[in-house]
Structures are given as C-alpha cells and as structure tokens.
Design a protein around this ligand. Structure first.
Ligand SMILES: [Zn+2]
Length: 160
C-alpha cells in the first residue's frame, strides 16, 4: 500500500508503509521531452546522499524538493541534464511508471555506495559513482559534461 505524499501534476511521490519513496509519472512523457525543470535549493562543495552533482565541486539540493525522490535504476527512463537543468525522458514514459535515473550520470564519486536491486538485466550490483564504472557500463549510458571531463582527465593521466 502506497500513499501520495508529495509531487505535482506531472510527478507523484509515493511512500509505502516501510517509508520507502518512489516518484511515479502522472502523465505520459515522450522520448526526449522535458519531464520537469529543476533548480538548486542550496549548493554544497561536498556530496551527500541527497545531492546531485552539477560540476567538479558543485552538489545541489534539488528544487523542487520532491525531485529528490527519483530513485536510481541501472535501466533508467530519465536523464538529469545538469547543463540545461532539465529532467528529460530517455524513453517514452506512461502514467504510473516509476521515474528513475542513473546516479553515475551525474555523480563522479558518491558519498555512499549502495547495493542496487533494480532487477534490470544490466544491473551494476554495487553503485558507487562514475569513477567505478567499467568500459561496458560507460558505453551503455549517457553522462553529463562534468563526468565526461573527469573521464577524459583520467585517460590523459593514464596516457602521460
Ligand atoms: Zn541496478
């Protein structure tokens, strides 16, 4: 049993009896369409379990706050575009679908690694930031500019 506890007309945040939150689409969203714009309530220079990384030393607390309940999946249906500050659909989304994103698409080194149980065929198992991904996972997903910059820097360091 889940109850709606937050959200807006496009996204509902549901909470179950165990206190687990999920963000559920309230509308259909086409591939490439913006589900929601986002902003920063606060910017910090170190990550915590609620922040989204937007630059080398920038970690934001999301505005509106209910967007923080968008969970990780290794087979995500949205992308947090930190240059445009927009959440975009990677695939067509139907009302009732859980909204998920791939945390390493924004996070280089996460504050807390966790065991993923998303049950996707390509589940990472342990999610710990883009710096821990293998080449196969890097090739499968879309990443923000600050993550691509870190990867390019690492390749340059290895090559030097
Ligand atoms: Zn997973």
């Amino acid at each position: 049993m889940e109850n709606r506890v937050a959200g807006d007309d496009r996204l509902h945040v549901m909470r179950n009896a165990q206190g687990y939150h999920r963000a559920i689409a309230a509308v259909a969203v086409a591939e490439g369409e913006v589900l929601a714009p986002f902003g920063a309530r606060e910017t910090r220079d170190v990550p915590n379990y609620l922040t989204v990384q937007t630059g080398p030393d920038a970690h934001i607390l999301l505005a509106p706050e209910h967007l923080q309940y968008i969970n990780h999946s290794c087979d995500p249906n949205v992308f947090f575009d930190t240059a445009r500050m927009e959440i975009r659909a990677l695939h067509p989304i139907a009302p009732g679908d859980e909204i998920t994103f791939f945390y390493p698409s924004t996070e280089w080194s996460m504050d807390r690694a966790f065991a993923c149980s998303c049950a996707s065929r390509d589940c990472l198992g342990q999610v710990a930031g883009a710096d821990q991904l293998d080449a196969r996972s890097l090739a499968r997903h879309r990443f923000n500019g600050h993550i691509l910059d870190e990867l390019a820097e690492r390749i340059a360091t290895v090559a030097a």
